[in-house]
Every structure is written in structure tokens, then in C-alpha cells.
Design a protein around this ligand. Structure first.
Ligand code: HEM
Length: 639
């Protein structure tokens, strides 16, 4: 008997040893190293690859160094994921011009979450991608963007109201101003609480806000009102007792309600702030640096991912719990939106609202929203709903999408994947870009003076921008473009060679690799950009002597929104939103940076973001709050 046990133990020992040896051999990645042997690149450790340098320096800075050392095309190992990095504008355009799939982004969450990731437009592949991209497209057409304009302006005005009130309180103006009065009358005490929470005790301490956070709330609010006609109430303060939903991986949809008082109901007052936190957590905890240790193990031992995933669910570490909770909340919110939309559509609500649109009621509502910050978003959301958020009703478009050959529509989970993608892509990138722009403006007084002069000359002190003003704000757009160059929120994108080998410059990349396109490196190429690390908006102005040096000579040197057929579908949406926001906010305020933030620390994950936020003191440009009005309202009144 003992012999049998000893034999079994010996067998087990041999098996374990065999697995360990096999794993060690696999960890050397001999085949991948051999396949990429003709490409230059930094030496990579077995198992860890270049992960230590990537974590220590951040991939944008590390790739910038590699470009200087190894040229514009090189290979790196992201743990055990071997990829080819491209870091030169012309080559980026060459790769981006090919109709290839994005590499799949895999988390350890599994189940429905994996499907939501797989089906969203960013990860969608081949025919399915074509179907959903076509469904998304009308939501970004000219007429749709025009329809979104008043909603965007309303959200920006509301943020400006809040910041101006905070600034005036801190400057000793108290709450007697007209805007504050209007908002209090509208019962919007939440915003006043936010002011106090942000440090604005009237007349005593300087108000201090993380403008990144506030802008994030605004961009989420914009997504809610433009895409879904829903008031996300994202700009309300998060109640102290509110938490995101408890993680639940098994169920789905509307029935599983989170812990009180949060909910996945679009009408709940804390809905938006909880959603903001959830979105932020999704980005933060997807990164190697802040994410779960299980994700790092999964990166190093891809062969063991299913087992690691089981382990992570069984004994989650705090980052895993965070991301699971956030993703659960987001999924429930998406399902909730779909259900709400279907119910509205079923009761004929959409048609009714369409009729109202014809009668022009939405214009009045939106214009009222401009003039009154507190009412702005409710009215704006109502205006959006009144328009059925038509003609660009995003949910309506996606629900109506049909497969060309079978005529079948998308499943609810496939629709939810698009809803989730719109929320995440539409919120984070634009918020980061705007926060970086505020940082750049605050650290460049000359640029700030030019920006204020342009806004004042076009809008004066008390008129909100209209769509017709947009082309008259070239410096404002140049400021945004230059902030996107220095701090591209989507610091990289990729293409996957799943169809076969691909030629990149002098190198052939074999089938089955991810080609990582470093937008950050292209934006920081000193051969292309004079004064590469300086903030010089003038380079984007055609009349500037710097313009022909870059924009005309290397047209794709500036590519914050990517390339070719997989280029960002929301770029015009983002630029319009950013211009409206910058013009509306800087018409009434400037910002002083809190000490200790120069140079700004950034965090690198799926996006490039400010690591600890951007802390500023808002300074009102005028001693008394102005009643900012929309041109349409005045015209209406004049009739
Ligand atoms: C400043 C803001 C934004 C930046 C910097 C940005 C950047 C990017 C980049 C670099 C890509 C990859 C393109 C490529 O692979 O060539 C992308 C894709 C995408 N973006 Fe944006 N984006 C922004 C705003 C938005 C907004 C507002 C939305 C939607 C409302 C959006 C939705 C998407 C989607 C769905 C894709 C995937 C497109 C596809 O694969 O077909 N983005 N974005």
C-alpha cells in the first residue's frame, strides 16, 4: 500500500515538475521571439518581458525613449504579450489605413462582461463591426450634432454656474448673485452642497476643485442627454451614503437593484454621480498599475487565465472587487436604459415627442436651459427626449440595426454593449482632454490671454455660444488641439494582424500580432514638432508661421482620434463639446492651479489621465454673476 502511495506521490511530483518545466519553457516565448527576431527592440526578460520599464516609466514615455533608440518600429513584450510598436506619423497612417480589427481587450471578469467587451464597437470584428458602425453613424451626422448643440451648451452653462458661484463665495460675494438665486429657486441645493464640499466656505477659504472630476460629470451628463434623452444627474454631488451596486456577476438587467439609495433607474437622484464613479473605476482598475494582482498574473501566465479568473472571483483583492462592482453597475445601467427606452417606445412616447419636436417645443426648452443653469439639464434632457433624441437617437438606431443577410436585430446584450461603449468612450476621453486643456491654459498666461480675448470678442460677457459661433473660435479650437497633442487621452490605438502578415515600413509583421500605434510618440516627435514639449496653440492656426512647418508638411502628425475606417466615430462630437465647454466656462472664469502640480503627473491605463486630478481655484472674471443667455432666447423674446 505504502508503495502505491509513494508511487502516486512520485508520479504527482513528476507531473508538477513537468508542468513547471513546461511553463518555464513557455515563458521564454521562443516562438514569438523568433517570429519578431528581425525587429529591433529593448531586451526583454523571460516571463516579465518589458513590463518593469513600462510600469516604472509609463508606456508613452518608455516608447518615446525606444523610438529614439531603435527607430520608428520596434518590438516590446508587455509581460507575455509580444507586440510591434509603431511611433512615426507616416507609418501610423500606413497601418491605420488598413481595414483591420482592433486587438481584443480581455479582462478576467468573464461571462456577460466578456461579451459586453467583445460586442462593443471598439472591439467588434469584421461583419459585426460593419453592422454596428453603420448603426452608430447617423448619431454623429451633421443634423444630429446640430441637435446636440443646445444640450451641450446647457451642460457647460450649468458647470460654469456652479464654478462661478463657488468662486464668488470664496471671493466674499456670498450667494446673493443672480445665478445662485435662480438655482436656489429651482431647488438645486445639491450644487450648493457641492460648493461647500469642494472647500468653498463663503468669504473665508479659497474654493478648491478637482476640475477633472467636474468636467467628467459634465461629459457624462452630455452623453446622457444627447444619446439617450436622459438626465443622468451626473453633476449632482454624490451622497455620502451612496455606494455603487454590490457586485453580482450572475444576474442581469433591471431587477437587481443596488444598495440604497443608488439605483440603476435613470430617474434616481444619485444615479449620475454613482455612474461617474463607476466609469472612473472601470478606467482606473483596468490598468496594470492600479488593477488587480490577478490581472498581472494573467498577463504573465496567459495559459492559466481561466484558472486565475476563477481564483479572482473566489478570493477577490480590492481592485478586482472595485472593477467588478463598477462593471456590474454599468451593465445594470445600460440594461435599465434599454428597458426604459423600449417601454417609452411601446407606449408611443417617442412618436408623441417627435410631434412635439415638429412644433418646435424643444428649442424653447433648450434655450431656457441655457439661461438657467439649474433648469438647464432637466430642460435639456426634456428637449432631447422631446426630439426623441431624434434624428440621432442613439438607442433607437442601435435597436433598429439589422443584419444584412439574416435581417435579424441585435440581442439586448449586444445593444447594451453599444450603450456601454458610448458611455465609456464618450465620457472619459473628452473629460481628460478638457482637464488637460485647463492645466495647459493655467500654466500658459499668454495663451490664456489670447483665449479670453477671442471668447470676449465673439461672445461678449453674457451670451452663450451658438452653433454659428463655432467657426469664429479658431484659437479656442487650437488650444484644444494643442492640449490633445501634448496629452492625447487615447495615447495609443492598435490593429491586429489576424488576417495575415502586414508590411510596416521595412518590416513584415507576422500574422497574429498586435500592432500598437503610439499616438503619444507621434505627437512628441521632435523631428516633426518644433518646441515639442511647449504648449503652442498657434501651430494649429493656418495663418501662423508654425502651421506650414507641421500641419501642412506632415498632415497626420496630429492624430488624437486615430486613423482610417476605425478612426474615432465620436471625434466631431468631442470637438464640438470641447469648444462649447471651453468658450462657456472661460467666458466667466479663469483657473489658478493649486501648488505642486507642475509638471502634471499622469496615469497611463487604457487612457492617459491626470493621476491625482487637476486641482484649481476658480476665479470669477466679473464681480457679479452674469445672467448668461442664449441668442435664440433673446431672438424669441424680441418677436
Ligand atoms: C477627446 C475625445 C476623444 C478622443 C481623444 C478619442 C480618441 C479615439 C481613438 C484614438 C480611437 C481609436 C481610433 C483608431 O483605432 O484608429 C477612438 C475610437 C473610438 N471612439 Fe473616440 N475619442 C474621443 C471621444 C469619443 C466620443 C465622444 C465617442 C462617442 C460618443 C467616442 C467613441 C469611439 C468609438 C466607438 C471608437 C471605436 C471606433 C471603431 O472601432 O470603429 N470617442 N477614439
Amino acid at each position: 500500500m505504502l508503495d502505491v502511495i509513494l508511487l502516486a506521490l512520485k508520479g504527482l511530483g513528476v507531473l508538477v515538475l513537468g508542468v513547471v518545466v513546461l511553463q518555464l519553457v513557455l515563458s521564454l516565448d521562443l516562438i514569438k521571439r523568433w517570429q519578431l527576431r528581425h525587429l529591433p527592440g529593448p531586451p526583454a526578460l523571460p516571463l516579465l518581458g518589458n513590463l518593469p520599464q513600462i510600469i516604472a516609466k509609463g508606456s508613452p514615455a518608455f516608447f518615446r525613449e525606444c523610438r529614439a533608440k531603435y527607430g520608428p518600429v520596434f518590438r516590446v513584450a508587455f509581460g507575455r504579450s509580444w507586440m510591434v510598436v509603431v511611433a512615426e506619423p507616416d507609418l501610423l497612417r500606413q497601418v491605420g489605413g488598413k481595414l483591420l480589427n482592433h486587438s481584443m481587450f480581455r479582462t478576467l471578469l468573464g461571462g456577460e462582461f466578456a461579451q459586453l467587451d467583445e460586442w462593443g464597437l471598439v472591439s467588434a470584428r469584421d461583419e459585426f463591426w460593419r453592422q454596428v458602425r453603420a448603426a452608430w453613424q447617423p448619431a454623429f451626422s451633421g443634423p444630429s450634432l446640430s441637435g446636440y448643440f443646445p444640450l451641450m451648451a446647457g451642460c457647460a452653462a450649468r458647470l460654469a454656474d456652479k464654478l462661478e458661484r463657488l468662486a464668488l463665495q470664496a471671493q466674499g460675494q456670498g450667494q446673493g448673485g443672480q445665478v445662485a438665486g435662480e438655482q436656489a429657486a429651482a431647488g438645486n441645493e445639491g450644487q450648493l452642497a457641492a460648493g461647500a464640499a469642494a472647500g468653498g466656505r463663503a468669504g473665508s477659504e479659497p474654493a478648491r476643485v478637482d476640475i477633472w472630476r467636474e468636467l467628467g460629470a459634465m461629459t457624462l451628463q452630455v452623453v446622457g442627454s444627447t444619446a439617450y434623452g436622459v438626465d443622468f444627474q451626473a453633476m449632482e454631488p454624490l451622497p455620502a451614503t451612496t455606494t455603487t451596486t454590490s457586485a453580482n456577476t450572475t444576474g442581469g438587467g433591471d431587477n437587481e437593484k443596488p444598495a440604497a439609495p443608488s439605483s440603476s433607474s435613470p430617474s434616481s437622484s444619485s444615479y449620475g454621480r454613482v455612474l461617474v464613479e463607476a466609469c472612473r473605476d472601470v478606467f482606473k482598475y483596468s490598468s496594470v498599475v492600479y488593477g488587480s494582482k490577478y490581472s498581472r498574473v494573467g498577463l504573465l501566465l496567459p495559459e492559466w487565465r481561466p484558472a486565475v479568473s476563477v481564483l479572482a472571483h473566489a478570493a477577490p483583492d480590492p481592485p478586482f472587487t472595485k472593477i467588478l462592482t463598477a462593471r456590474t453597475h454599468l451593465r445594470d445601467a445600460c440594461m435599465s436604459l434599454i428597458n426604459a427606452w423600449k417601454q417609452q417606445d411601446g407606449t408611443g412616447g417617442a412618436q408623441e415627442k417627435q410631434k412635439e419636436k415638429k412644433e418646435g417645443k424643444e428649442n424653447g426648452a433648450a434655450a431656457k436651459g441655457h439661461a438657467n443653469g439649474a433648469a438647464a439639464v432637466n430642460d435639456a434632457a426634456a428637449a432631447g427626449a422631446a426630439a426623441g433624441v431624434a434624428p440621432g437617437s442613439f438607442l433607437g438606431l442601435v435597436l433598429a440595426a439589422r443584419d444584412k443577410s439574416t435581417g435579424e436585430g441585435l440581442t439586448d446584450l449586444q445593444v447594451a454593449a453599444q450603450v456601454q461603449t458610448f458611455i465609456l468612450a464618450g465620457y472619459e476621453t473628452t473629460a481628460n482632454a478638457l482637464a488637460f486643456a485647463v492645466y495647459c491654459i493655467a500654466t500658459n498666461p499668454e495663451a490664456e490671454a489670447k483665449l479670453l480675448a477671442e471668447i470676449d470678442s465673439v461672445l461678449g460677457p453674457d451670451r452663450l455660444p451658438t452653433e454659428a459661433d463655432l467657426p469664429r473660435l479658431p484659437y479656442t479650437e487650437a488650444v484644444f488641439n494643442e492640449a490633445l497633442r501634448l496629452f492625447p487621452p487615447a495615447h495609443a490605438t492598435n490593429r491586429h494582424t489576424d488576417k495575415g502578415p502586414m508590411q510596416v515600413g521595412p518590416y513584415t509583421v507576422p500574422k497574429g500580432f498586435s500592432v500598437f500605434m503610439s499616438i503619444f510618440s507621434a505627437h512628441h516627435n521632435e523631428d516633426v514638432w518644433p518646441r515639442v514639449d511647449d504648449f503652442v496653440p498657434e501651430r494649429f492656426l493656418p495663418e501662423s508661421p508654425l502651421y506650414p512647418e507641421v500641419a501642412a508638411r506632415v498632415p497626420h502628425a496630429h492624430s488624437p482620434f486615430g486613423f482610417g475606417s476605425r478612426m474615432c466615430i465620436g471625434w466631431k462630437f468631442a470637438v464640438q463639446e470641447a469648444k462649447v465647454a471651453l468658450a462657456t466656462i472661460y467666458q466667466r472664469l479663469t483657473f489658478e492651479l493649486e501648488p505642486g502640480q507642475v509638471p502634471l503627473k499622469t496615469a497611463v491605463g487604457i487612457t492617459l489621465s491626470p493621476r491625482n486630478g487637476v486641482w484649481v481655484r476658480p476665479v470669477a472674471r466679473r464681480p457679479v454673476p452674469r445672467r448668461v443667455v442664449a441668442a435664440e432666447t433673446e431672438a424669441e423674446a424680441a418677436k
